[in-house]
Design a protein around this ligand. Structure first.
Ligand SMILES: Nc1ncnc2c1ncn2[C@@H]1O[C@H](COP(=O)(O)OP(=O)(O)OP(=O)(O)O)[C@@H](O)[C@H]1O
Ligand SMILES: [Mg+2]
Length: 428
């Protein structure tokens, strides 16, 4: 989202693996066992050195020159977005040889280039290679390769034509129409399946950076998680949590994790609840542009979530007429359970997937008259400035997202507002 105003700082070694001696972990937690990671692979016991990771990851090692060619010398008009790590460029490679191809031919890729200042993102870069180099899952973005050459650190991904969920929820313009209720549920299910896979017994990874900008969408709105720079192996043996320095993004991190640094899979479930709430309400997790009392989405929305007669008040007005109140109430209730202050009351991600699928398959979907309360006209939220465009759907009209220097000016963005970015949240 080329409009990221705040720098992301991820100073912590994002994981246990030893990295190289120049990049020693600061939290000292080395927690992974020799568990098998998913069905098609197993990883050796950690800590693994940088060399071991790069050797075993089954990814293409690109030269800097290859990627320079593939992105037409990192042309500003091929920028897809920017995050704290650096810019992401669109490029083309030959699908067989992986050599740079002419624009518009071969396979489209997204190339993330680490900002050179500071060299701080090396650990995240390596964490991404470590995790995405091992995992293959339809709801995780595919990492094709990397470049490690002198000071250059790049990552090469499959191209996700519809960009990130954040843009679809919060940016308005010709490329971004409000998503329909059905598409929001579809995206929520995909993202939940990605997290459920990470949390599964064979994988046991805590993602730690679940937020709308890290959920990417393919042309059919299948959601895939990206950005594993903060991911960590979950606790092993009889340990209940992993102790870490608190990292993440304000508004998404679970309160007990913020308070103690104790990380569990349930911390990701909390973040999922925040994202689900953003999808239901069309509001950002943190928004200083809102009236006081409404800056923090969770605090503002919680009292409405458990009340069937009030829940429509927090629902995105663009969704009017697309949901039955009963289904919306169940979705809100699911968000509320994910947001429980007490982690043990949060559902696990498998339960979340099942519940969302039930809601998606519900016959009542789209029938707002099935419930008497639905007859009440939902109060229009006073944030019409943010949701400038009132067209109702989505899929049809929305073009593949292409954020480039050229089109930036055409978009009426809600985001003259510093985007939330991952950073240390609190130093223990
Ligand atoms: N594989 C991809 N295909 C298409 N667009 C992508 C891809 N990866 C990233 N992008 C775009 O680039 C943007 C920047 O991504 P990046 O992960 O660097 O930062 P971010 O997630 O927005 O912010 P943060 O640094 O806080 O994680 C994304 O929001 C998305 O719009
Ligand atoms: Mg990201």
């Amino acid at each position: 989202m080329g409009i990221c105003l705040s720098a992301r700082i991820k100073a912590e070694s994002p994981w246990h693996t030893g990295v190289s001696s120049r990049h020693v972990s600061t939290d000292g937690s080395s927690l992974s066992g020799s568990n098998s990671k998913g069905s098609s692979f197993s990883i050796p016991p950690t800590p693994r050195s940088e060399g071991e990771i790069l050797q075993s990851c089954n990814l293409k090692n690109f030269s800097y020159f290859d990627l320079k060619m593939a992105t037409r010398n990192f042309r500003p008009d091929s920028v897809l977005g920017e995050g704290g790590f650096g810019s992401v460029y669109k490029g083309w490679i030959d699908e067989n040889s992986f050599a740079a191809a002419k624009p518009g031919t071969g396979m489209v890729i997204a190339v993330k280039r680490l900002n050179l200042e500071g060299f701080q993102g090396h650990k995240e870069w390596l964490a991404e290679v470590n995790y995405l180099g091992q995992f293959y899952h339809p709801h995780l973005v595919k990492l094709i390769g990397y470049c490690l050459e002198e000071e250059h650190r790049l990552l090469v991904y499959e191209f996700m034509p519809r960009g990130c969920l954040e843009n679809h929820l919060f940016r308005r313009g010709s490329h971004f129409q409000p998503l329909s209720w059905n598409l929001r549920l579809k995206v929520a299910i995909g993202a939940a399946k990605g997290l459920a896979f990470l949390h599964s017994a064979e994988t046991k990874v805590i993602y730690r950076d679940f937020k709308t900008s890290n959920i990417l969408l393919d042309s059919h709105y299948n959601a895939k998680l990206s950005d594993f720079g903060l991911a960590k192996d979950g606790p092993t043996g009889d340990k209940s949590h992993v102790s870490t320095r608190v990292m993440g993004t304000y508004g998404y991190a679970a309160p007990e994790y913020m308070a103690t640094g104790h990380l569990t899979a349930r911390s990701d479930v909390y973040s999922f609840g925040v994202v689900l709430l953003e999808m239901l309400s069309g509001r950002r997790a943190m928004d200083k542009n809102k009236p006081s009392g409404e800056h923090n989405l969770v605090e503002w929305a919680k009292p409405f979530l458990a009340n069937k007669r009030k829940v429509f008040r927090i629902l995105d007005s663009h969704l009017e007429g697309q949901y039955s109140l009963d289904v919306a109430y169940k979705a809100a209730n699911l968000a509320l359970r994910c947001l429980s202050a007490e982690p043990k009351f949060r559902p696990n991600m498998d339960e979340v997937v099942k519940e969302l699928e039930r809601l998606h398959d519900s016959k009542e979907m789209g029938n707002t008259h099935s419930d008497p309360v639905a007859g009440a006209k939902p109060r229009r939220r006073s944030d019409s400035k943010e949701m400038g465009n009132t067209h109702n759907d989505p899929a049809a009209g929305a073009k593949p997202r292409r954020r480039s220097a050229g089109d930036a000016g055409n978009e009426n963005t809600a985001a003259a507002y510093p985007r939330p970015s991952s950073s240390p949240l609190y130093t223990k």
